[in-house]
Structure formats: structure tokens, C-alpha cells
Design a protein around this ligand. Structure first.
Ligand code: FMN
Ligand code: COI
Length: 351
């Protein structure tokens, strides 16, 4: 690994005003390999681009002269009250982005009152992250061929206080990652993944039977991460899971699947309030959060911007990314005349 640049922990973030600024600046603070790993999408990166383009293409229909003097961005998810609906998506290998890795991320989450979904490919033990958490944690699970190992891992996370389990279901194999390969991605020897052992090269298929099996012993709510197809959403309801995350893995797995915000309305319609729906993919502006909520999401997750915030400024960078997004959401609510998240319905979308 190239050396972490001097002053990495003390750089000035005051000129970074939005999430795009963080991405632009992160290039200077990350190794080329780490930057390419985070920023790239699968194959021709069409889905990666569509995630953004589809959000940009949605226009808003504000209501004027409503009382927005008291804004309330809070939301309840599975019995936990959150002060805002912006969660940290699970992303692997935080020590590739900053020497403090996930310990910086969890401090940033605390400073910004954000729920943090920790990746199976964390480079810091789950226990150490939990010790420093001041906000709720969830655990993202990659199911390994060794099912006994998987069961132990789930039980370990639950015992440590992780409050929900997000099973990633869209990655029977990673996608075509040309940019990652071109930059010769390899984890440096001193960056380890204490809960995953080696890379994901599973042979035993993950199926609905496994989801039933996990639910037979899981004590925390189970969510499926990576649903795009309304039929799968229906099946998820039938399988009794607590929620789903509409996700195309940030455009990193199967190229040319739709933008998540385009997939959301059909899924919302099919689920018909039977369980909460979360969404990730391309959320960069407060207006994006508002659009996702208007189309049926209870909350959103952000992936790449957290990695860039971490690279630019450790815990402070993570916190700032989240605080900017939170503040922009409040502005979007005030300017569309919506004082609460419940008030953000489809009528806020220009039809
Ligand atoms: C660098 C990176 C690593 C990721 N690692 C994981 C992971 O370990 N597990 C997982 O379920 N999703 C992973 N994802 C996908 C994210 O959880 C999320 O679905 C996606 O990044 C959201 O899109 P966004 O980056 O446009 O916000 C990763 C994404 C990135 C960018
Ligand atoms: C280790 C990888 C499978 C993590 C991941 O989900 C990703 O890079 O998108």
C-alpha cells in the first residue's frame, strides 16, 4: 500500500460543501487502487450512471404557505427511533481508505446521529466497533458456504448488540469489475477482514431456504439487501422477513439493471405497506432522500460518499458527509412544504 499522505488526519474540510466535493477531493487522499475500488461500477457502468441520472430526472412539485417552522426528520425502524432517515450503507475494507478504518466510521456515525450498517468485510472486529458505538448498529451478512460459521457470526453480532441483520442477496458472485482489475486490486497484507477469512468465492447457492433457516434462529429483524424485482419483494414478504433494501449494489454487480429509484415505485406498490422498504444507490443530495421517501422508502443508505468522507477526513469526514445530507434534506422539506417525513408523499413529485 502507498503511504497515507502526511497530515491525513488534520486536513481542512471547510471547502467541501457537498458530497460531490468529497468525491473530487478523495482522489487526492486515496491510493489509485482504493479509489478505483470504491468509485467504479460493473462493466460499462451504465447502472452506476443511471442511479444518478434517474434521481436527477425527477422534478419536484412544492407546496407553499405551509408551516415548516418545526421540521421533524425522525423515523422509527423496527422499534428504534432514528433522528433522520440517512443510514451508512455497508462497505468493505475501511482501513483501505483511512488508517483508523471502521473506528473512524463509527465515530463519524455517532457525531452525525446515524445508524451504521457494518459490512461482513469490516477490517476492524465487530466487538471493537460496538464498543465505540453511540448510535445503533446493524450487521450486513455475506453467507459463506460454511453454514455453521455463518450461524456463529450472526449470533456473535447479535450478542454484541447489532440490532438487525441485512443479508446481501444480490451477490452470488461479484460482477464484472474491469476498473478494479485494471488497478490490480489486492488487499495490503496489513489490512485484514477478521470475520470473513478470504474473498467471496462461494459454491453453495444461497436460496430462500437459507433465508428461512436464518430466520429460525435470528433474534433480530432480518432484511434482504439487493431486491429490484417486485416478484422477489413479494416473495420476501411471504418469507416473513422484516424488511427489504432496494439496491443494485451501487451499480457494482449486474450492469444494465435499472436505477434503484426507477425500481422503487413498482416495489412499493407490490409490498403495499406490508413491511418497510429502504433504498440505496446514488443518493447524494437532500432532494434525493426526499424523492426516495416520496416514492415509498422509509429510509436511505449511502455507500460511496461515506468512503470518500472517510478518506478525506476520517471520523470528521464521515460526520460531515452525513450532516450535509441531513441539512440538505431539511432544506428540501422546508422548500417543498413538508414538515415531517410522513408528509412526503407522491404529490411532492411533479407528474
Ligand atoms: C467500496 C464499496 C464496498 C461495498 N461493500 C459492500 C459490502 O461489503 N456488502 C454489501 O452488502 N454491499 C457493499 N457495497 C454496496 C453498498 O452497500 C451500497 O449498496 C451501495 O454502495 C449504494 O450505492 P452508493 O454507493 O451510490 O451510495 C459496497 C459498495 C462500495 C462502494
Ligand atoms: C468484498 C466485496 C464482495 C464487497 C462488496 O460487496 C463490494 O465491493 O461491492
Amino acid at each position: 500500500m502507498e503511504a497515507i499522505p502526511p497530515g491525513a488526519l488534520t486536513r481542512d474540510l471547510s471547502t467541501l460543501l457537498n458530497l460531490f466535493d468529497f468525491e473530487e477531493s478523495a482522489v487526492d487522499w486515496m491510493t489509485k487502487m482504493a479509489y478505483e475500488y470504491v468509485a467504479s461500477g460493473a462493466a460499462d457502468e451504465l447502472t452506476l450512471r443511471w442511479n444518478r441520472q434517474a434521481l436527477d430526472a425527477i422534478r419536484l412539485n412544492p407546496t407553499v404557505l405551509t408551516d415548516v417552522s418545526q421540521l421533524d426528520t425522525s423515523v422509527s425502524l423496527f422499534g428504534t427511533r432514528l433522528s433522520h432517515p440517512i443510514l451508512i450503507a455497508p462497505t468493505a475494507y475501511h482501513r483501505l481508505m483511512h488508517p483508523e478504518g471502521e473506528l473512524a466510521t463509527v465515530r463519524g456515525a455517532g457525531a452525525a446521529s446515524a445508524l451504521y450498517v457494518v459490512s461482513s468485510f469490516t477490517t476492524t472486529p465487530l466487538a471493537e466497533i460496538a464498543q465505540r458505538a453511540t448510535q445503533p448498529l446493524w450487521f450486513q451478512l455475506y453467507v459463506r458456504d460454511d453454514r455453521a460459521f455463518t450461524q456463529n457470526l450472526i449470533q456473535e453480532a447479535e450478542a454484541l448488540g447489532y440490532r438487525a441483520l441485512c443479508i446481501t442477496v444480490d451477490t452470488p458472485t461479484p460482477g464484472v469489475r474491469n476498473r478494479e482489475h485494471r488497478s490490480h486490486f489486492k488487499l495490503p497484507d496489513d489490512v485484514r477482514t477478521p470475520h470473513m477469512g478470504g474473498p467471496l468465492v462461494e459454491k453453495k447457492p444461497l436460496t430462500w431456504k437459507d433465508i428461512e433457516w436464518i430466520q429460525s434462529f435470528a433474534k433480530t429483524p432480518v432484511l434482504l439487501k439487493g431486491i429490484l424485482n417486485p416478484d422477489d419483494a413479494e416473495r420476501a414478504v411471504e418469507s416473513g422477513v422484516s424488511g427489504i433494501i432496494v439496491s443494485n449494489h451501487g451499480g457494482r454487480n449486474l450492469d444494465t439493471v435499472p436505477a434503484t429509484i426507477d425500481a422503487l415505485p413498482r416495489i412499493t406498490e407490490r409490498v403495499d405497506q406490508r413491511m418497510p422498504i429502504l433504498l440505496d444507490g446514488g443518493i447524494r443530495r437532500g432532494t434525493d432522500v426526499l424523492k426516495a421517501i416520496a416514492l415509498g422508502a422509509s429510509a436511505v443508505l449511502v455507500g460511496k460518499p461515506i468512503c470518500f468522507g472517510l478518506a478525506c477526513g476520517g471520523a470528521e469526514g464521515v460526520a460531515k458527509v452525513l450532516q450535509i445530507l441531513q441539512h440538505e434534506l431539511e432544506l428540501a422539506m422546508a422548500l417543498t412544504g413538508r414538515a415531517t417525513l410522513a408528509g412526503i408523499d407522491r404529490s411532492v413529485i411533479w407528474q
